[in-house]
Write a protein that binds this ligand. Sequence first.
Ligand SMILES: Cc1ncc(COP(=O)(O)O)c(C=O)c1O
Length: 421
Amino acid sequence: MDVARLREDFPVLRREFHGHPLAYLDSAATSQKPNAVIEAVSEFYREHNANVHRGVYALSEEATDLYEGARERVARFLHAGDPSEIVFTRGTTESLNLLSHALVRSGRIGRGERVLTTVLDHHSNIVPWQLQQTYSGIGLDFVDIDEDGRVGGEAFEAALTPATRVATFAHVSNVLGTVLPVAELAERAHGKGALAIVDAAQSAPHRPIDVGALGVDFLAFSGHKVLGPTGIGVLWGRGELLAELPPFMGGGEMIREVHQDGVRFREPPARFEAGTPPIAEAVGLRAALDYLEGVGWEELMAHERSLTEHTLRVARERFGDRLRIYGPPPGPDRDAIFSFTLEGAHPHDVASLLDADGVAIRSGHHCAQPLMERLGVPALSRASAYLYTLPEEIDRMMASLGRVEELFRPRGTTARTPSPV
Ligand SMILES: Cc1ncc(COP(=O)(O)O)c(C=O)c1O
């Protein structure tokens, strides 16, 4: 994969900050956008803009075809059985809120019954269930991680109770980079009579997804993390399950008929898409998936694997135990997300000082406070890579971390080992 060539497709990567070229190491928060996506969105507004499903005139039909074409593209991306299983939402967060709400309303889970999630999950796969805990009396359990930050099948099985109706977990941790064994966890959940939901926000950008092979019942991801626009996400559900769920929001588009004394809803996916949907965003998402799959999964995954090995090796050689990177060692269950602490420096200071060198990383709790508590840290710094990340950018981060370390070195102590980078 010619990363230098590919980077030319991403205009923002040409920018400079504080006199340095941008080293964008925050793709787990949101990915940068290639020209193909930017162009597809502008072209939609320039040439095809109209509301969908409503007009009988040609322009509206064109917009509808583009919107529904995007749905077909997402169905292919997920290897879903039918485009009607694809619900467009605003993002993973909305997908999971929709689902938690609809599952309770449908009676699939109710008072005294339980949801199982994991301690590494993102708030968007915890808080919607906590809301249902408060308002509907369901229970919420957490599977723990092991010392390397993995969720093992046996620990998961042990946490499933006879009252567990739903098991919901991240495919990839946005903090630890751990890849969870989704197919195994789904099988174990089904074995105990629970539905299996997977939050693919951090996996869909980095690996092919086949919902059939994963064996899950529902899956959610966000457009903005897969090179697409903000404001669009996906909820995929098995057709027969979506058909039994009631709507999340009410309004236009999702109804068959409305009278003063009642309402009848449309079939999925329309039932779950109240109001004007994110049309231009769907068109942009389609362009993003075309771009991503055009690069090729094998090349992309090999590139990210080598970045992971490079990062962990350089960190160890240069800083030893002073730089603690959380999560599993390099391997098939470890993605290119590096959350760390640098001895003697607060994560927020680290991120601010790196910014002065043009290196963009994130610090904080990463919307995973239960995980921070489990790890016994208030916050972590996090660097994350994607298909356009260069090893040189990782090296710049390491050099910058070396300078941070010097800055925070207590007076009178000797300088650290000089960097091999
Ligand atoms: C694992 C995971 N789940 C869910 C989300 C929420 O995604 P969004 O903010 O796009 O709804 C994120 C975002 O960082 C995430 O990393």
